[in-house]
Structures are given as structure tokens and as C-alpha cells.
Design a protein around this ligand. Structure first.
Ligand SMILES: [Zn+2]
Ligand SMILES: [Zn+2]
Length: 359
């Protein structure tokens, strides 16, 4: 018999109450509103800036230190993030660092192993509190301490901006339903999807050491956070969608802010390291295919695959080391490394082709 969770008397009624109210009021309002265009514009505008406050601020800046931000940008992100009503940046980061450190274990606050809905929102509604841990660096920042002390007030002021627009346009009710209520529920559940769906549905191109998945469908809803397999592998990278075509509006925002001088030292994982991880996963999948093939040919192919993998992996590793060390002769040896890489790559492609054809 499992124990009944004891509910947090603030979070549980807030999360359930806002959801029930939104389900009851929003569909009716959509059909009867006289000014839906402006209401939707305000609601999605708020959803976007507050969502970016969470992803660029709470997540990529404070939890993972993937870049450095000016004082003004930190203040702005803290004010916007507070309106997500997902706790202060300090507490959010503490939980999130625990999630990364102990992912999929009992010490992970939103472990997917306890079920999809537990990871999605039950953990927030339980009374079990997680003391601050592993955020000593953040506790030195007076801005973060200020936001932690006044988090709800700051969040309420920002979240109520649509009500000001409602008063000015004599449409308080419409902006309450769409800009405040609907926006809060949307912000909550799209963020929660990263802890639930992005640990449940999708592919694992970089690592299968944890349950995190890349999910392209979640990325536009969550400002790029859907590429969660990449993120768990390299949480210190300011990007989640690493390829240029992968939707990651937080990454694009940070690039823009770095041009403006408000963000700097954007940390990136070297491309060869990403290639090596992908290669290892690909080799694993090909081996699994070979396991189903007839022993004789499969054994020979397995040997060829192992050799091609190890040659390409080494070529990528030395390419990376060479690029990082940048000795006097690095340019000349770069040419050699590139040639080596090309040969290893074509051997790998040939071995991969044969395995795919056989199994
Ligand atoms: Zn995760
Ligand atoms: Zn993270």
C-alpha cells in the first residue's frame, strides 16, 4: 500500500484551482469575447516573456550558469520568472540541481520513476519540502536573495500587468481570464511537461544513461527546452537545441543579448564531443541490430564496426585536443587531423551501411 501524500496547502489549491477555473471559463470566454485579438496578444506576450524568464533566467542562467548576465538582465529575468509562480529562482535552482545530480533516483525531486503525473505536478503539490541544497554560489547574489524574500509580491505585480491593460481598455474580465488565468495555467503546464513528457516521450541521441529525451514537439511550447536529452548530457551548454534548425528561442534570445552586451561568455560544448556521444549511441543501436543477425557474417561485421567506431572516435578526440591546444603547428596538424577524420568517417559510413543492409 502506498502512503497518501500530504498536500501542500498553498500549492495544491493554487494549481488545481487555477486549472479548474481556466477549464470552466476559457472555452466559454473564447466564444463570447468582443476583444479576443488584444486579449490573445497580451496573453501570449506574457506567456512568452515569463516563459523566457524561466528558461533564460531560472534555468540556463541561475541553475546551470551557462552564461554571465548584466545586473539589469538578471533583475529583469528574476522579475519575469517570479510571475511563473514556480517558486523563487533560489528554490527552483536548488530543486533543479538536485534533479540533475540525482536524476531518476529517489533523491530526484521530480523523478519520472515515480510516475508521469508525479513528475508533472504531484511533486509540487506534496507537502514534502526540499531544503536548499547546492546553491551556495547563488546565495551570495543580493538580487537572488531579494527575489527569494519578495518572490510572490514581485510575481503578482508582473502577472497582473494584463489587468492594467484591462482597466485601460474597459475589459478587465477578458484580460483576467486570458492574460492572467489562462496564462498562469499555460506557463505552469508547459514547464511541467519538461519534467514529465521530456522524460517519457522522444529520442535519446546522446545518452541512455538517464530517462531524458529529445522531443521536437515540446520545444516550441517551452522556448527550446524540449531537447532534454542533449540538456541532461551537457547541462552547462547555453543551448538545448544544438542544431541550427532545432527550435530553441531561448538560445536565439541569448545570442541576441550577447550582441547587445547584456549576456556574455555563452558556454558551448565542443562539436567533436557531441559527435562522439552521438556516435557511441549509434554504434550501440547498430550492435543491437547485429545481435539479431546470423552469427558468421554478424561476427565479422561487428569486428568491422568496432574498428571503424574506435578509429572515428579517436580521430574526433584528437581533432578536439588539437583545436583546444592550439600549438605553433596547430594549423598544419589540423589539416592532417581533418584528413584522418575524413577517412575514419567514410570507414564508419561503410560499416554502418553493411550492418543496416544485413540486419
Ligand atoms: Zn530533466
Ligand atoms: Zn537543467
Amino acid at each position: 500500500m502506498s502512503e497518501d501524500p500530504r498536500w501542500n496547502l498553498l500549492n495544491a489549491p493554487f494549481l488545481i484551482g487555477t486549472l479548474v477555473l481556466a477549464v470552466a471559463l476559457v472555452p466559454y470566454h473564447l466564444f463570447h469575447s468582443q476583444a479576443l485579438g488584444l486579449e490573445l496578444l497580451v496573453a501570449f506576450g506574457m506567456y512568452t516573456v515569463i516563459g523566457l524568464g524561466v528558461t533564460a533566467g531560472y534555468h540556463r542562467l541561475f541553475s546551470h550558469r551557462t552564461y554571465q548576465a548584466s545586473w539589469f538582465l538578471r533583475l529583469l529575468l528574476l522579475c519575469l520568472g517570479a510571475a511563473s509562480f514556480q517558486n523563487s529562482a533560489l528554490r527552483w535552482s536548488s530543486d533543479h540541481r538536485l534533479h540533475h545530480r540525482f536524476v531518476d533516483t529517489d533523491r530526484d525531486p521530480y523523478a519520472i520513476k515515480k510516475g508521469f503525473w508525479h513528475a508533472h505536478w504531484i511533486w509540487v503539490m506534496e507537502s514534502k519540502s526540499h531544503p536548499l541544497q547546492g546553491v551556495a554560489d547563488l546565495e551570495k547574489d543580493p538580487l537572488l536573495l531579494w527575489q527569494d524574500r519578495h518572490y510572490f509580491l514581485i510575481g503578482a505585480v508582473v502577472a497582473c500587468i494584463p489587468l492594467g491593460i484591462g482597466l485601460a481598455t474597459h475589459n478587465l474580465w477578458g484580460h483576467f481570464v486570458m492574460g492572467l488565468l489562462f496564462r498562469i495555467v499555460l506557463t505552469h503546464h508547459t514547464t511541467f511537461l519538461i519534467n514529465s513528457a521530456a522524460h517519457w516521450f522522444g529520442s535519446r541521441p546522446y545518452t541512455d544513461a538517464n530517462t531524458a529525451r529529445d522531443n521536437a514537439l515540446l520545444a516550441p511550447l517551452t522556448f527550446g527546452e524540449g531537447y532534454h536529452n542533449f540538456h541532461h548530457m551537457w547541462p552547462g551548454d547555453y543551448r538545448n537545441g544544438v542544431r541550427w534548425y532545432q527550435f530553441d528561442s531561448t538560445k536565439w534570445l541569448l545570442i541576441g543579448l550577447s550582441w547587445l552586451g547584456m549576456a556574455r561568455n555563452l558556454r558551448r560544448t565542443p562539436a567533436p564531443a557531441i559527435r562522439r556521444a552521438k556516435l557511441a549511441m549509434e554504434e550501440k543501436a547498430l550492435r543491437a541490430r547485429l545481435a539479431k543477425a546470423a552469427p558468421g557474417v554478424a561476427d565479422r561485421l561487428r569486428e568491422r564496426l568496432t574498428l571503424a567506431h574506435s578509429r572515428l572516435d579517436q580521430a574526433l578526440a584528437s581533432f578536439q585536443t588539437n583545436r583546444e591546444t592550439r600549438t605553433a603547428e596547430w594549423k598544419a596538424s589540423m589539416l592532417e587531423r581533418r584528413a584522418e577524420l575524413r577517412i575514419a568517417w567514410s570507414e564508419w559510413k561503410a560499416a554502418r551501411f553493411l550492418v543496416r543492409r544485413l540486419a
